[in-house]
Write a protein that binds this ligand. Structure first.
Ligand code: C2E
Ligand code: CA
Ligand code: CA
Length: 597
């Protein structure tokens, strides 16, 4: 501190005169924003600056002659001061963070630098302490810490802190032989709360859910928000069953309605469980497995589900397919095949149904029953469905140019496609581009669940009719089909589900029901197609029941385009009769002959 300070004038020379220098030092001392305290060699305070007073609250007169320990907060133990003195003796200086007490009694953090000052002979004369109040910075740091570890909406630990707590819990569990459970909680249909009531209410619901979760577990357990409407809990368990019990308790608490002003919101949750060490050895795996179990619970419509490797396999496969399906169209892995439909009375081919196929280069052929639900859930079916329609339209056009015109090409429409604005307009445009008249297209729809709230789809169905297309109700009898319900739909065709056909020849009850369906359908002026016709017996039975058309492996399997071409040429050469029809009528004739003779 007492080394020479050379300050040059603007002229670039002349050191300060001693008097000037003293004045300047005094200015620095009194003007410094840092608190400064000078003691004698016995650490008795001899002078402090105005910032000292501003920070500590003590006037100079109150501290002169006293030792700096008037400021001591008691937060640091003797060891801390011992180390400080050791450094002062060793290096002549010390720097560090220290908690002191203001005159008001308030404790505050400061950043302190102490220097030992010696004269020319090397004798210790003074100590010089300079410090700044770092309360603000501390607040900022702890705020940063908070932001990094907590979710600001609910105040719950976030994923990062959850990981730390989980790691601690796993380490403890390894010592004690106990278990750690991870509960992955997802609110069902939370998006609709946000969409229909607004984000402010959505946020309050999440806060309420967070409170309920905290109330449902022990204080030592961790509840964390790890995604929009996803929470994870880490629980220390005695035995594996404890996790499921906790999950059931939790979902009871969560599934009570949330009242917000005049709104009463009903929440449902799905919970997945994984347990350390059985279901994973690290945080990421355990959370992932709990999440898998949660998906499974959601699918099965159960409130909670425990992780198993079977669940893992199903979900891994599903995720793989979802990933691969995103590229399937552009990679040309998708194709459409066509299954002929036979006119029951005359044996002609009245149409075909377009059926989607996926052949993956490594995974091989993947069944539509497996990948179509994925395409529907992810919304990919919209693009794929439009592509199928374009393929079907092009095929119809090509065949008619070859003199093989089909009355109708049936194309399946997913319920998901009805969410598209102006569906009929889009489909019409696609058909125009292919040069196929919409009158040759039959759209097959299924009555899956909530979509068929009539008000919602009726206008679209009417628009599809208006562009000239025909409509068929698919898989009739598979669900809770009530024919009266469909009276309001502008339908042309009813397809009886193949499950009926299976029983048609074995179960006389099923025969009665099928007859009733066909009669009612005819009463509503619908054509009836029997699906899944595999043999002559089923064909004859359907003929008796006045079914109009037949489709099934017994007539023809779904065919690739070239196979379909040769099939249709063959039918043409048989004067418009399907080979199956000829074989079956021939067989029936020889049977009656045999019976007569
Ligand atoms: P679906 O619309 O009921 O199609 C008829 C299904 O029955 C087809 O299965 C067909 O191959 C099968 N089938 C035909 N004849 C017989 C038979 O005699 N016996 C038996 N056991 N089955 C027969 P596929 O091709 O596996 O399609 C399954 C489902 O996937 C379809 O059921 C349909 O719901 C859906 N799907 C297929 N292609 C498309 C499409 O392009 N778009 C949409 N949205 N869904 C499609
Ligand atoms: Ca169909
Ligand atoms: Ca069907």
């Amino acid at each position: 501190m007492n080394e020479k300070i050379g300050i040059e004038s603007s002229a670039g020379q002349a050191l300060l005169q001693p008097d000037d220098r003293a004045r300047l030092y005094a200015r620095v001392f009194s003007g410094s924003r840092e608190g400064i305290m000078i003691t004698d060699s016995h650490t008795r305070i001899i002078s402090v600056n105005p910032s000292f007073t501003a920070i500590t609250g003590y006037e100079e007169a109150e501290v002169v002659g006293k030792k700096p320990n008037v400021l001591k907060s008691g937060r640091q133990g003797p060891a801390y001061y011992k180390e400080m003195w050791a450094s002062l003796v060793r290096n002549g200086s010390w720097q560090g963070e220290i908690w002191n007490r203001r005159k008001s009694g308030e404790i505050y953090p400061e950043w302190l630098t102490i220097n030992a000052v010696r004269d020319e002979t090397g004798t210790l004369t003074n100590y010089l302490g300079m410090f700044s109040d770092i309360t603000e910075r501390k607040h900022f740091e702890s705020h940063l810490h908070y932001l990094a570890h907590y979710d600001s909406l609910t105040g719950l630990p976030n994923r990062m802190l959850l990981r730390q707590r989980m790691n601690d819990a796993m380490a403890r569990a390894q010592l004690t032989g106990r278990l750690v459970g991870v509960l992955f909680v997802d609110l069902d249909r939370f998006k609709t709360v946000n969409d229909s009531h607004g984000h402010a209410i959505g946020d309050r619901v999440l806060q309420r859910v967070a409170e309920r979760m905290k109330a449902a577990v022990k204080p030592s357990d961790t509840v964390s928000r790890i995604g929009g409407d996803e929470f994870a809990l880490v629980l220390e368990l005695q035995k594996p069953e404890d996790a499921a019990e906790a999950a059931v308790r939790l979902s009871r608490k969560l599934n009570r309605p949330v009242v917000d002003g005049e709104h009463e919101l009903f929440l449902a949750t799905s919970i997945g469980i994984s347990v350390f060490p059985h279901d994973g050895a690290d945080f990421e795996t355990l959370v992932k497995h709990a999440e898998f179990a949660m998906y499974h619970a959601k699918e099965q419509r159960r409130e909670c589900e425990q992780f198993t490797t079977a669940i893992s396999d199903t979900i891994t496969r599903r995720m793989e397919l979802e990933h691969e399906l995103r590229r399937a169209l552009e990679r040309g892995e998708l194709s459409v095949c066509y299954q002929p439909q036979m006119d029951a009375a005359h044996g002609g081919i009245s149409g075909v149904e377009a059926l989607l196929r996926w052949h993956h280069p490594q995974l091989g052929p993947i069944a539509p029953a497996e990948f179509i639900p994925i395409a529907e859930e992810t919304g990919m079916i919209v693009e794929i469905g439009e592509w199928v329609l374009a393929e079907a339209g092009r095929l119809w056009k090509e065949l008619s140019e070859e003199g093989l015109a089909l009355t109708g090409v049936a194309v399946n429409l997913s319920t998901r496609q009805f969410q598209q604005p102006d569906l009929a307009g889009r489909l019409q445009t696609i058909l125009e581009e292919t040069g196929c008249d919409p009158r040759h297209i039959v759209f097959e729809i299924t009555e899956s669940g909530s979509l068929y709230e009539i008000e919602a789809v009726l206008p679209t169905l009417q628009q599809l009719k208006a562009i000239g297309a025909q409509l068929a109700i698919d898989d009739f009898g598979k669900g809770y089909s009530a024919l009266g319900y469909f009276k309001q739909f502008p339908l042309d065709i009813l397809k009886i589900d193949k499950s009926f056909l299976k029983e048609l020849t074995t179960d006389s009850g099923s025969c009665v029901v099928t007859k009733a369906i066909i009669d009612m359908a005819h009463g509503l002026r619908l054509r009836v197609i029997g699906e899944g016709v595999e043999n002559q017996e089923q064909y004859e039975r359907l003929l008796e029941l006045q079914c109009d058309s037949l489709q099934g492996y017994g007539i023809a399997r779904p065919l690739g385009i070239d196979e379909l071409r040769s099939y249709l040429r063959n039918v043409r050469s048989l004067r418009g009769k399907a080979p199956a029809y000829l074989a079956w009528t021939e067989a029936a004739r020889s049977r009656t002959k045999g019976a007569r003779g």
